[in-house]
Design a protein around this ligand. Structure first.
Ligand code: TXA
Ligand code: MG
Length: 439
């Protein structure tokens, strides 16, 4: 299938050049995309009408505000057909339901399907089938020593899959599932394809907080191994169009559920028998939220190392994925930290002007509070600095946008590492290959 990718990239250039990364393409665009992908054996189902809008907003809000009570009013997002009349609305819904069933059947037949979760889009396959899981690694170009997260729709599916769930792990499930938390648990030998765990005696499991993901898993009737649905090394997809850009023509299908809510991946943790929770990868559930449930929360020492590879003595990461270069835009990205916003904006302006004088195409990733300081520059917004769930939602789209705009030199502001800021800075620093300018 790989040789089929190139033609589609050119066909879809018009999407890549659209103005805002967060925006969804118009109906006509989706229709054209669907036809082209089907010609290349990647099916496209528009299932956006099945996503209650407040579900995702509520997840993002819970995540940023530390489990504050989510707004319980649910307004179903209505497509144009839904609004135009009962018949039309019914048909849209029926088509979407049919799409989920078709996608589930393809999964049962060993195909790979991309689907939305509350964090990022995942590329799913039957976690029990080695051939299906191998197709995921092949489509992504992912190193085979990096294990995959298994997604379930009901904790009942853990029986026969994991050997032991200690009290702390159980308390975390009760508190955060469904949600952006992956628990690393001892795996029952032979319950899953050995390719899922990359030979480890543990498996990372999560129950996603997204109606499409939950229905797809339930309908397929099997646990789904699903890494983020991007080519290895690229930013994770927060829109179905991102999946298409990276994997169109290489996978069985894409369920388009619109933009994801949190925008960054789940937090990966291991719960020790002594009640200590170790964060292997920061993500949608914050350390502060975990601390409200666990006896103690610690960071995997590998996370504290400035740059994997730079420091020969740094401990080997317990979450193997943390050692790979991730999310990097093609342009050279550096993160700037300084004693005051004025010092940072002043330095960035001067550095961008200097880079332009060398012939670079420049951009700055900035928080809204400082945007006015960059008049005349190409500015990509990370949202408000005091509402970091916005940076989480936007970061990957912005990094992709840098590539689409052909930017060669990028400077980014930074944010504090409390709350969701920890995950934002973790991904930003990885995208920058740990290039930090400290003023
Ligand atoms: O939000 C998410 O977690 C997304 C969505 C699709 O669910 N998935 C995701 O998967 O980010 P992936 O494969 O891109 O990242 C999986 C991370 C990697 O860092 C991997 O090393 C770690 O989880 N991981 C998986 N199984 C593990 C295990 N048994 N022990 C330690 N780390 C594990
Ligand atoms: Mg990933």
């Amino acid at each position: 299938m790989t040789d089929k990718l190139n033609p589609i990239q050119d066909l879809h250039r018009p999407f890549a050049q659209k103005e805002k990364p967060e925006r969804e393409p118009d109906e006509q665009g989706i229709h054209e995309l669907k036809q082209t992908l089907e010609a290349l054996h990647t099916k496209w189902w528009d299932v956006r009408c099945l996503v209650p809008e407040t579900d995702l907003a509520a997840t993002a809000k819970r995540t940023s505000a530390g489990m504050e009570e989510a707004d319980t009013t649910v307004a179903i997002r209505e497509t144009e057909e839904d609004i135009s009349g009962e018949m039309g609305g019914g048909q849209t819904r029926i088509a979407a339901e049919k799409g989920i069933r078709e996608a589930a059947e393809l999964l049962q037949a060993g195909e790979t399907i991309a689907f939305p979760t509350e964090t990022v889009y995942g590329l799913g396959a039957d976690a029990r089938s080695t051939a299906a899981v191998e197709a995921v690694f092949a489509a992504k170009g992912r190193p085979s020593d990096n294990p995959l997260i298994v997604h379930i729709s009901d904790p009942v599916q853990l029986s026969g899959m994991v050997a032991n769930i200690n009290d702390t792990a159980r308390a975390l499930m009760d508190a955060f599932w469904p949600g952006p938390l992956t628990l690393v648990l001892p795996v029952v030998p032979q319950a899953l394809s050995p390719r899922v765990t990359a030979g480890l005696d543990t498996v990372g499991v999560r129950m996603p907080d997204h109606p499409i993901a939950l229905r797809l898993i339930a309908e397929a009737g099997c646990p789904l191994a699903a890494p983020s649905a991007n080519r290895s090394g690229r930013p994770s997809p927060t829109l179905a169009q991102h999946v298409q850009e990276d994997l169109g023509g290489r996978i069985g299908g894409i369920l388009d559920g619109g933009p994801t809510g949190v925008g960054l991946e789940s937090t990966v943790v291991q719960a020790g028998d002594d009640g200590t929770v170790t964060i292997l990868r920061p993500g949608g559930v914050t350390a502060e939220q975990l601390a409200a449930v666990a006896r103690a929360v610690v960071l995997d020492p590998a996370l504290a190392a400035a740059s994997p590879g730079e420091d020969a003595d740094s401990p080997a990461p317990r979450s193997p994925g943390m050692k790979y270069t991730h999310y990097a835009p093609r342009g050279r990205l550096s993160v700037v930290q300084g004693p005051s916003p004025a010092a940072v904006t002043g330095w960035i302006r001067a550095a961008l002007a200097e880079a332009r004088a060398r012939g670079e195409r420049t951009a700055v990733l900035a928080f809204d509070e400082h945007a006015a300081s960059y008049a005349g520059e190409r500015v990509y917004s990370l949202g408000k600095r005091d509402a970091l769930h916005e940076a989480a939602q936007r970061l990957y789209g912005v990094l992709r946008r840098c590539d689409e705009d052909g930017v060669t030199y990028i400077l980014s502001e930074s944010c504090p590492t409390d709350g969701l800021g920890d995950a934002v800075m973790n991904r930003l620093l990885k995208a920058a290959g740990h290039r930090v300018v400290r003023l």
